[in-house]
Write a protein that binds this ligand. Structure first.
Ligand code: NAX
Length: 326
Protein backbone atom coordinates (compact mmCIF):
# COMPACT_ATOMS: atom_id res chain seq x y z
CA UNK A 1 0.00 0.00 0.00
CA UNK A 2 1.40 3.43 -0.99
CA UNK A 3 1.81 6.17 1.64
CA UNK A 4 -1.00 8.78 1.48
CA UNK A 5 -0.22 11.98 -0.40
CA UNK A 6 -1.36 15.21 1.23
CA UNK A 7 -3.23 17.48 -1.15
CA UNK A 8 -4.07 21.05 -0.16
CA UNK A 9 -6.87 22.88 -1.95
CA UNK A 10 -7.39 26.57 -1.20
CA UNK A 11 -10.68 28.25 -2.00
CA UNK A 12 -12.14 24.89 -1.05
CA UNK A 13 -15.63 26.30 -0.51
CA UNK A 14 -15.73 27.75 -4.04
CA UNK A 15 -17.14 26.46 -7.30
CA UNK A 16 -13.96 25.03 -8.90
CA UNK A 17 -13.12 23.18 -5.70
CA UNK A 18 -16.60 21.62 -5.62
CA UNK A 19 -15.62 19.55 -8.64
CA UNK A 20 -11.96 19.14 -7.66
CA UNK A 21 -12.40 17.62 -4.21
CA UNK A 22 -14.68 14.80 -5.29
CA UNK A 23 -12.73 13.85 -8.43
CA UNK A 24 -9.42 13.92 -6.54
CA UNK A 25 -10.84 11.89 -3.65
CA UNK A 26 -12.06 9.30 -6.16
CA UNK A 27 -8.50 8.90 -7.57
CA UNK A 28 -8.95 10.95 -10.74
CA UNK A 29 -5.74 12.97 -10.35
CA UNK A 30 -3.07 10.71 -8.83
CA UNK A 31 -4.43 7.33 -9.81
CA UNK A 32 -6.72 4.71 -8.37
CA UNK A 33 -4.03 3.13 -6.15
CA UNK A 34 -2.86 6.33 -4.43
CA UNK A 35 -4.34 7.03 -0.98
CA UNK A 36 -4.78 10.71 -0.18
CA UNK A 37 -5.40 13.14 2.63
CA UNK A 38 -7.31 16.31 1.71
CA UNK A 39 -6.36 19.56 3.46
CA UNK A 40 -9.05 22.11 2.64
CA UNK A 41 -8.51 25.83 3.22
CA UNK A 42 -11.00 28.66 2.92
CA UNK A 43 -11.70 31.88 4.79
CA UNK A 44 -12.86 31.34 8.39
CA UNK A 45 -16.35 32.66 7.44
CA UNK A 46 -16.73 29.68 5.09
CA UNK A 47 -16.31 27.14 7.89
CA UNK A 48 -19.88 25.85 7.62
CA UNK A 49 -19.55 25.31 3.88
CA UNK A 50 -16.35 23.32 4.44
CA UNK A 51 -18.17 21.26 7.12
CA UNK A 52 -20.86 20.47 4.55
CA UNK A 53 -18.26 19.42 1.98
CA UNK A 54 -16.60 17.19 4.56
CA UNK A 55 -19.95 15.52 5.26
CA UNK A 56 -20.52 14.89 1.55
CA UNK A 57 -17.00 13.50 1.12
CA UNK A 58 -17.63 11.16 4.08
CA UNK A 59 -20.88 10.05 2.49
CA UNK A 60 -19.09 9.06 -0.71
CA UNK A 61 -17.13 6.44 1.31
CA UNK A 62 -14.09 6.84 -0.95
CA UNK A 63 -11.66 3.98 -0.33
CA UNK A 64 -8.62 6.17 -1.11
CA UNK A 65 -9.55 9.07 1.14
CA UNK A 66 -7.69 8.55 4.44
CA UNK A 67 -8.41 11.86 6.13
CA UNK A 68 -9.95 15.30 5.60
CA UNK A 69 -8.64 18.41 7.35
CA UNK A 70 -10.68 21.60 7.09
CA UNK A 71 -9.22 24.89 8.24
CA UNK A 72 -9.09 28.66 7.88
CA UNK A 73 -5.38 28.74 8.72
CA UNK A 74 -2.82 28.48 5.87
CA UNK A 75 -0.16 27.13 8.26
CA UNK A 76 -2.40 24.13 9.02
CA UNK A 77 -3.53 23.70 5.41
CA UNK A 78 0.01 23.53 4.02
CA UNK A 79 1.51 21.33 6.78
CA UNK A 80 3.55 18.60 5.06
CA UNK A 81 1.57 19.03 1.86
CA UNK A 82 2.80 17.19 -1.25
CA UNK A 83 0.57 18.94 -3.78
CA UNK A 84 -0.92 22.40 -3.29
CA UNK A 85 -3.69 23.66 -5.54
CA UNK A 86 -4.01 27.40 -4.91
CA UNK A 87 -7.50 28.04 -6.23
CA UNK A 88 -8.87 30.59 -3.74
CA UNK A 89 -8.59 34.22 -4.74
CA UNK A 90 -10.50 37.45 -4.40
CA UNK A 91 -12.78 38.02 -7.39
CA UNK A 92 -12.97 41.34 -9.18
CA UNK A 93 -15.91 43.31 -7.81
CA UNK A 94 -17.80 46.04 -9.71
CA UNK A 95 -15.75 49.22 -9.97
CA UNK A 96 -12.53 47.54 -8.84
CA UNK A 97 -9.44 48.58 -10.81
CA UNK A 98 -7.12 45.88 -12.17
CA UNK A 99 -4.38 47.34 -9.96
CA UNK A 100 -6.55 46.82 -6.84
CA UNK A 101 -7.30 43.24 -7.90
CA UNK A 102 -3.58 42.59 -8.27
CA UNK A 103 -2.64 44.05 -4.90
CA UNK A 104 -5.50 42.44 -2.96
CA UNK A 105 -4.62 39.03 -4.36
CA UNK A 106 -0.93 39.69 -3.90
CA UNK A 107 -1.43 39.88 -0.15
CA UNK A 108 -3.15 36.45 -0.14
CA UNK A 109 -0.36 34.82 -2.15
CA UNK A 110 2.35 36.47 -0.06
CA UNK A 111 0.89 34.86 3.07
CA UNK A 112 0.47 31.50 1.35
CA UNK A 113 4.00 31.58 -0.09
CA UNK A 114 5.39 32.11 3.41
CA UNK A 115 3.27 29.27 4.81
CA UNK A 116 4.38 26.92 2.02
CA UNK A 117 8.00 27.86 2.69
CA UNK A 118 7.62 27.07 6.38
CA UNK A 119 5.35 24.03 6.46
CA UNK A 120 5.06 22.21 3.10
CA UNK A 121 6.93 19.06 2.12
CA UNK A 122 10.30 20.00 0.61
CA UNK A 123 9.18 18.30 -2.64
CA UNK A 124 5.81 20.04 -2.84
CA UNK A 125 4.36 20.69 -6.29
CA UNK A 126 2.37 23.94 -6.41
CA UNK A 127 -0.23 24.97 -8.98
CA UNK A 128 -1.80 28.43 -8.85
CA UNK A 129 -5.27 28.61 -10.42
CA UNK A 130 -6.62 31.76 -8.71
CA UNK A 131 -6.34 34.86 -10.90
CA UNK A 132 -4.22 36.71 -11.87
CA UNK A 133 -2.64 33.25 -11.77
CA UNK A 134 0.82 33.88 -13.26
CA UNK A 135 1.56 36.89 -11.04
CA UNK A 136 0.05 35.22 -7.96
CA UNK A 137 2.45 32.31 -8.56
CA UNK A 138 5.35 34.77 -8.87
CA UNK A 139 4.45 36.35 -5.51
CA UNK A 140 4.10 33.00 -3.73
CA UNK A 141 7.41 31.84 -5.24
CA UNK A 142 9.30 34.96 -4.16
CA UNK A 143 7.98 34.54 -0.62
CA UNK A 144 9.24 30.96 -0.39
CA UNK A 145 13.03 31.28 -0.67
CA UNK A 146 13.68 27.79 0.75
CA UNK A 147 11.76 26.08 -2.05
CA UNK A 148 12.99 25.70 -5.62
CA UNK A 149 11.26 28.25 -7.91
CA UNK A 150 10.50 25.37 -10.29
CA UNK A 151 8.07 24.04 -7.66
CA UNK A 152 5.74 26.98 -8.48
CA UNK A 153 3.54 26.84 -11.57
CA UNK A 154 0.37 28.54 -12.79
CA UNK A 155 -2.43 27.12 -14.89
CA UNK A 156 -2.74 27.60 -18.64
CA UNK A 157 -3.86 24.01 -19.18
CA UNK A 158 -7.46 25.09 -19.54
CA UNK A 159 -6.44 27.37 -22.44
CA UNK A 160 -4.40 24.48 -23.89
CA UNK A 161 -7.38 22.10 -23.63
CA UNK A 162 -9.67 24.71 -25.19
CA UNK A 163 -7.25 24.94 -28.13
CA UNK A 164 -7.19 21.16 -28.58
CA UNK A 165 -10.96 20.96 -28.49
CA UNK A 166 -11.56 23.81 -30.96
CA UNK A 167 -8.98 22.42 -33.36
CA UNK A 168 -10.35 18.89 -33.18
CA UNK A 169 -13.82 20.14 -34.10
CA UNK A 170 -12.49 22.23 -36.97
CA UNK A 171 -10.59 19.39 -38.65
CA UNK A 172 -12.88 16.63 -37.44
CA UNK A 173 -10.39 14.48 -35.53
CA UNK A 174 -10.32 13.36 -31.92
CA UNK A 175 -8.49 15.54 -29.37
CA UNK A 176 -6.13 12.65 -28.71
CA UNK A 177 -5.04 12.74 -32.38
CA UNK A 178 -3.53 16.21 -31.93
CA UNK A 179 -0.05 16.73 -30.46
CA UNK A 180 2.08 19.77 -29.66
CA UNK A 181 -0.58 22.38 -28.94
CA UNK A 182 1.10 25.39 -27.28
CA UNK A 183 -0.03 28.32 -25.14
CA UNK A 184 2.52 31.06 -24.50
CA UNK A 185 2.40 33.83 -21.91
CA UNK A 186 -0.15 35.02 -19.41
CA UNK A 187 -3.46 33.36 -18.50
CA UNK A 188 -5.30 36.45 -19.75
CA UNK A 189 -6.54 37.82 -23.03
CA UNK A 190 -2.92 38.42 -24.14
CA UNK A 191 -2.15 34.69 -24.07
CA UNK A 192 -0.96 33.28 -27.39
CA UNK A 193 -2.51 29.95 -28.36
CA UNK A 194 -0.09 28.75 -31.04
CA UNK A 195 -0.66 25.90 -33.49
CA UNK A 196 2.50 26.40 -35.56
CA UNK A 197 3.97 23.14 -34.23
CA UNK A 198 0.72 21.19 -33.75
CA UNK A 199 0.54 17.83 -35.51
CA UNK A 200 -1.95 15.13 -36.30
CA UNK A 201 -0.08 11.87 -36.45
CA UNK A 202 3.12 13.68 -37.49
CA UNK A 203 1.43 15.87 -40.14
CA UNK A 204 1.35 19.63 -39.50
CA UNK A 205 -2.10 20.88 -38.49
CA UNK A 206 -1.41 24.23 -40.19
CA UNK A 207 -1.68 22.65 -43.62
CA UNK A 208 -5.28 21.67 -42.81
CA UNK A 209 -6.67 25.06 -41.78
CA UNK A 210 -7.01 28.44 -43.45
CA UNK A 211 -4.50 31.00 -42.04
CA UNK A 212 -7.34 33.52 -41.72
CA UNK A 213 -9.24 31.11 -39.49
CA UNK A 214 -6.23 30.94 -37.16
CA UNK A 215 -5.85 34.70 -36.74
CA UNK A 216 -9.50 35.77 -36.96
CA UNK A 217 -11.27 32.93 -35.15
CA UNK A 218 -9.01 30.46 -33.37
CA UNK A 219 -6.72 32.85 -31.48
CA UNK A 220 -9.33 35.44 -30.42
CA UNK A 221 -11.91 32.81 -29.45
CA UNK A 222 -9.45 30.96 -27.21
CA UNK A 223 -8.28 34.25 -25.70
CA UNK A 224 -11.89 35.25 -24.97
CA UNK A 225 -13.29 31.82 -24.08
CA UNK A 226 -13.48 32.52 -20.34
CA UNK A 227 -15.50 35.71 -20.94
CA UNK A 228 -17.78 33.88 -23.42
CA UNK A 229 -18.54 31.18 -20.85
CA UNK A 230 -19.12 33.79 -18.17
CA UNK A 231 -21.66 35.53 -20.42
CA UNK A 232 -23.51 32.29 -21.20
CA UNK A 233 -23.49 30.74 -17.74
CA UNK A 234 -23.51 33.85 -15.58
CA UNK A 235 -20.55 32.31 -13.73
CA UNK A 236 -16.92 31.66 -14.65
CA UNK A 237 -15.67 28.28 -15.90
CA UNK A 238 -15.64 25.80 -13.06
CA UNK A 239 -15.75 22.09 -13.99
CA UNK A 240 -13.48 22.61 -17.02
CA UNK A 241 -11.03 24.52 -14.80
CA UNK A 242 -11.07 21.70 -12.23
CA UNK A 243 -10.36 19.08 -14.89
CA UNK A 244 -7.55 21.21 -16.35
CA UNK A 245 -5.98 21.53 -12.89
CA UNK A 246 -6.05 17.75 -12.51
CA UNK A 247 -4.55 17.34 -16.01
CA UNK A 248 -1.75 19.78 -15.08
CA UNK A 249 -0.83 17.84 -11.93
CA UNK A 250 -1.19 14.42 -13.62
CA UNK A 251 1.23 15.51 -16.37
CA UNK A 252 3.65 16.87 -13.77
CA UNK A 253 3.56 13.70 -11.67
CA UNK A 254 3.27 11.06 -14.39
CA UNK A 255 5.17 12.77 -17.23
CA UNK A 256 4.20 13.85 -20.74
CA UNK A 257 3.68 11.27 -23.50
CA UNK A 258 6.57 10.65 -25.91
CA UNK A 259 6.37 12.99 -28.90
CA UNK A 260 4.02 15.44 -27.19
CA UNK A 261 4.11 18.30 -24.70
CA UNK A 262 1.75 20.36 -22.55
CA UNK A 263 1.47 24.06 -21.65
CA UNK A 264 2.39 25.19 -18.15
CA UNK A 265 3.16 28.63 -16.76
CA UNK A 266 6.54 28.26 -15.04
CA UNK A 267 9.34 30.59 -13.92
CA UNK A 268 11.20 31.65 -17.06
CA UNK A 269 14.89 30.78 -17.35
CA UNK A 270 15.24 33.36 -20.11
CA UNK A 271 14.22 30.94 -22.89
CA UNK A 272 12.72 32.56 -26.00
CA UNK A 273 13.80 36.02 -24.78
CA UNK A 274 11.36 36.12 -21.85
CA UNK A 275 12.70 37.94 -18.75
CA UNK A 276 14.13 35.47 -16.27
CA UNK A 277 11.85 34.75 -13.31
CA UNK A 278 8.54 35.84 -14.90
CA UNK A 279 5.94 33.09 -14.59
CA UNK A 280 5.23 32.58 -18.29
CA UNK A 281 3.42 29.79 -20.10
CA UNK A 282 5.69 27.62 -22.24
CA UNK A 283 5.47 24.29 -24.03
CA UNK A 284 6.99 21.84 -21.52
CA UNK A 285 7.92 18.20 -21.34
CA UNK A 286 7.99 16.42 -17.99
CA UNK A 287 10.37 13.62 -17.07
CA UNK A 288 10.85 12.14 -13.59
CA UNK A 289 8.60 14.81 -12.07
CA UNK A 290 10.65 17.73 -13.52
CA UNK A 291 9.34 20.10 -16.16
CA UNK A 292 11.62 21.28 -18.98
CA UNK A 293 10.90 24.00 -21.54
CA UNK A 294 10.83 22.66 -25.10
CA UNK A 295 13.81 24.31 -26.79
CA UNK A 296 14.70 25.16 -30.36
CA UNK A 297 11.27 26.04 -31.76
CA UNK A 298 11.28 28.48 -34.71
CA UNK A 299 9.44 31.67 -33.80
CA UNK A 300 8.06 33.67 -36.73
CA UNK A 301 7.45 37.44 -36.63
CA UNK A 302 3.74 37.11 -35.83
CA UNK A 303 4.46 34.72 -32.94
CA UNK A 304 7.25 36.94 -31.62
CA UNK A 305 4.88 39.92 -31.47
CA UNK A 306 2.18 37.91 -29.67
CA UNK A 307 4.71 36.48 -27.19
CA UNK A 308 6.14 39.93 -26.50
CA UNK A 309 2.71 41.46 -25.87
CA UNK A 310 2.02 38.88 -23.17
CA UNK A 311 5.51 39.32 -21.72
CA UNK A 312 4.95 43.06 -21.44
CA UNK A 313 1.64 42.56 -19.67
CA UNK A 314 3.27 40.21 -17.16
CA UNK A 315 6.07 42.70 -16.54
CA UNK A 316 3.48 45.40 -15.86
CA UNK A 317 1.67 43.10 -13.41
CA UNK A 318 4.98 42.33 -11.70
CA UNK A 319 5.78 46.03 -11.39
CA UNK A 320 2.46 46.70 -9.59
CA UNK A 321 3.30 44.15 -6.87
CA UNK A 322 7.07 44.74 -6.64
CA UNK A 323 6.97 45.62 -2.95
CA UNK A 324 5.58 42.15 -2.13
CA UNK A 325 8.24 40.21 -3.99
CA UNK A 326 10.74 39.84 -1.20
P1 NAX B 1 -15.24 31.14 -6.16
O1 NAX B 1 -15.47 32.58 -5.91
O2 NAX B 1 -16.40 30.22 -6.37
O3 NAX B 1 -14.36 30.52 -4.97
C1 NAX B 1 -13.24 31.16 -4.47
C2 NAX B 1 -13.09 30.73 -3.03
O4 NAX B 1 -11.85 31.24 -2.56
C3 NAX B 1 -14.20 31.26 -2.11
O5 NAX B 1 -14.76 30.19 -1.38
C4 NAX B 1 -13.45 32.24 -1.20
O6 NAX B 1 -13.99 32.29 0.10
C5 NAX B 1 -12.05 31.61 -1.21
N1 NAX B 1 -11.00 32.52 -0.78
C6 NAX B 1 -10.89 33.85 -0.97
N2 NAX B 1 -9.79 34.32 -0.36
C7 NAX B 1 -9.19 33.26 0.22
C8 NAX B 1 -8.03 33.10 1.02
N3 NAX B 1 -7.27 34.15 1.34
N4 NAX B 1 -7.71 31.88 1.47
C9 NAX B 1 -8.48 30.81 1.15
N5 NAX B 1 -9.62 30.89 0.42
C10 NAX B 1 -9.96 32.11 -0.04
O7 NAX B 1 -14.22 31.08 -7.39
P2 NAX B 1 -13.93 29.88 -8.41
O8 NAX B 1 -14.90 29.93 -9.51
O9 NAX B 1 -13.74 28.63 -7.65
O10 NAX B 1 -12.54 30.41 -9.03
C11 NAX B 1 -11.38 30.49 -8.25
C12 NAX B 1 -10.29 31.25 -9.00
O11 NAX B 1 -9.93 30.57 -10.19
C13 NAX B 1 -10.69 32.66 -9.43
O12 NAX B 1 -9.62 33.55 -9.15
C14 NAX B 1 -10.86 32.52 -10.93
O13 NAX B 1 -10.66 33.75 -11.61
C15 NAX B 1 -9.78 31.51 -11.24
N6 NAX B 1 -9.84 30.82 -12.52
C16 NAX B 1 -8.67 30.51 -13.11
C17 NAX B 1 -8.61 29.80 -14.30
C18 NAX B 1 -7.31 29.47 -14.94
O14 NAX B 1 -7.33 28.88 -16.03
N7 NAX B 1 -6.14 29.76 -14.36
C19 NAX B 1 -9.87 29.40 -15.01
C20 NAX B 1 -11.06 29.38 -14.11
C21 NAX B 1 -11.13 30.50 -13.11
O15 NAX B 1 -11.60 31.66 -13.76
Amino acid sequence: MKQPQRITITGAAGQIAYTLVFKIAAGGMLGYDQPIILQLLDLPVMKNVLEGIRMELDDCAYPLLHDIIITGDPDVAFKDTDIALLVGAKPRSPGMERKDLLTENAAIFQTQGKALNEYASRDVKILVVGNPANTNALIAMKNAPDLNPKQFTAMTRLDHNRGLSMLSKKINVRVTDIQKMTVWGNHSSTQYPDINYAEINCEPVKSKVDPDWITKEFIPQIQQRGATIMKARGKSSAASAAFAAMDHISSWVQGTPKGDWVSMAIPSDGSYGISEGLVYSYPVRVTDGEHHIVQGLDINDFSRQMMEDSRKELEQERDVVTSLLS
